[in-house]
Design a protein around this ligand. Structure first.
Ligand code: ZN
Length: 511
């Protein structure tokens, strides 16, 4: 029987106390290693019996607004998640940052475990419309896997939190102990750019000490398969402006005499990247880490959806002689986000415009450093004869330099990519795949950017990304949603990882 597509916060709130009362008593966990298939079967059985409870607990959490700047409601989220963790026997509290919203910290020690893994998710969501229509499953009712919950943060990123909590419940009810000490860190301002994250990690570095982090955010592979992703590209934004005359000039009277900022900008962009996406800035690729044999093998094993994608997008060809997408995102990219100058069609004038601006984003890969990238780009601008300014140039500056470019950098961060053949990577992949009929894909790198480098730099740890949301989840847009089967599969994935990763983690697998 299928539930609704929408969930009502108010209704769910009222039904919550019943679900709360059903919280089970902890049993003594079994000490020995339980095989992956058994973990998955037990988790599935638990989930099938508690689908309505899980859906209602989830909806209750979704009902709390969570824009990072809304400090009152962010604190309500924090308090709620802390309570949900405590109910599972996790010792949990709020971590205060330096002016930003608090994060949630939780700890669950496993007697005898040699290692500690932190599970990351974020409590805050992006700004947009919330949930509306009402209907929820009755207690004990099954929930169709193809139904979806539509709400802000449904997929990004509260589903991950609910999946972790439900995984803990499933393990406990089956008497299966986690194989590592577990820590939880749920950030409160990821969607707002994590500006206080570095300070937060520095302040609480001792508490957050661990052998590795599992970063639970983002969607599964476009093929629908779950994926274990070993890295994410970094990102840097750049706004460029070139200048012509201080007022638009008649192109007949002044064409061939006054410099045209549109042409200057076009030439400048063309000097930085070619039609195949190759960045032609000197030394730009010097720091790019080569693709390892393990990564190359993983890339080769990924399902090839390029042709379908190309057809869907009606692209006659893709860059670099139709090189595979998965390989292309292993390289840095220079993307032109937009160009603005003059006017076209009905707005066209036979005139030389006064200035042209271009908005650019660089996607970085290991081991490029943002400071170095900035230096190389600016050296390139100077090599093209440009004098670089940060603000609108005054008359004296304009007269003193034949070519001026205004360069404004946005904050950015580096990429990370955990080697696939280190013990933790192997252990995580083995744990995530253990007993799975459809094991997750091993993906070297996510094309999008995540602030994983901040964790790597401050805490000196390895991070691997374990996303569970459907790829068509509309995150950051209207009608954000989670497909229930993705949540169910996510619970199984997290339970398998918690139960198995410590047992799979063998130092003997050091390359
Ligand atoms: Zn997210």
């Amino acid at each position: 029987m299928s539930i609704t597509r929408y969930v009502s916060a108010a209704l769910i709130g009222a039904m919550w106390s019943a679900a709360e009362a059903a919280a089970q008593q902890p049993a003594a966990p079994s000490r020995g290693a339980v095989q992956g298939a058994a973990v998955r079967t037990a988790t599935r059985k638990y989930r099938e019996a508690h689908e309505a409870d899980i859906a209602r607990e989830f909806a209750d959490l979704l009902a709390i607004p969570n824009v990072a700047s809304d400090s009152v409601n962010i604190r309500r989220n924090t308090a709620t998640v802390i309570e949900l963790l405590r109910r599972r026997g996790v010792s949990a509290r709020a971590l205060e940052g330096d002016g930003g919203p608090p994060a949630v910290y939780g700890e669950l020690r496993t007697p005898g475990a040699a290692r500690t893994v932190v599970f990351y998710a974020h409590c805050d969501g992006s700004l947009a419309a919330g949930a509306k229509v009402i209907s929820t499953p009755a207690p004990g009712q099954r929930v169709n896997g193809e139904s979806r919950i539509y709400a802000r943060s449904a997929s990004d990123d509260k589903a991950a939190i609910i999946a972790m909590l439900s995984a803990l419940d499933a393990l406990r009810s089956a008497n299966i102990a986690p194989s590592v000490n577990l820590k939880f860190f749920f950030e409160g301002e990821e969607e707002a750019g994590s500006s206080h994250l570095r300070r937060m990690l520095e302040t609480h570095a001792d508490l957050l000490r661990a052998d590795a982090w599992v970063f639970c955010d983002g969607p599964v592979h476009q093929s629908g398969r779950q994926q274990v992703v070993f890295g994410a590209r970094g990102v840097m934004g750049l706004e460029l402006t070139t200048y012509g005359p201080t007022r638009a000039l008649h192109s007949g009277h002044y064409g061939n005499w006054a410099p045209n900022p549109a042409v200057l900008m076009a030439t400048l962009i063309a000097s930085m990247r070619d039609d195949d996406g190759r960045i032609t800035i000197a030394h730009f690729a010097d720091d790019v880490r080569p693709i390892s044999a393990a990564e190359r093998a993983a890339l080769g094993a990924l399902p090839m959806s390029d042709t379908t994608l190309r057809k869907t997008l009606e692209m006659g060809a893709t860059e670099a002689n139709n090189a595979p997408l998965a390989e292309r995102i292993m390289l840095p990219a220079l993307n032109v986000r937009g160009i603005k100058v003059g006017g076209v069609r009905e707005l066209a004038a036979n005139a030389i415009p006064t200035e042209a601006s271009a908005s650019i984003d660089f996607r970085l890969v290991p081991d490029q450093k943002p400071e170095r990238v900035r230096e190389l780009v600016e050296t390139h601008l100077r090599s093209r004869g440009y004098y670089i300014v940060r603000d609108t140039p005054d008359s004296a500056t304009r007269m003193a330099h034949p070519k001026i470019v205004r360069a404004e950098w946005e904050g950015g961060y580096a990429a990370t990519r955990a080697p696939m053949d280190i013990p933790f990577s192997r252990a995580l992949l083995a744990a995530a795949s253990a007993g799975a009929t459809n094991p997750p894909l091993a993906v070297p790198m996510l094309g999008g950017s995540l602030p994983t480098s901040t964790f790597e730099q401050v805490l000196g740890v390895r991070l691997v990304v374990l996303p569970i949301a459907n790829y068509d989840n509309n995150q950051h847009a209207a009608n954000e949603n989670i497909r229930m089967q993705n949540l169910w599969d996510g619970i199984e994935l997290f339970a398998a990882v918690m139960a198995r990763v410590g047992h799979e983690w063998k130092e003997s697998t050091v390359p």
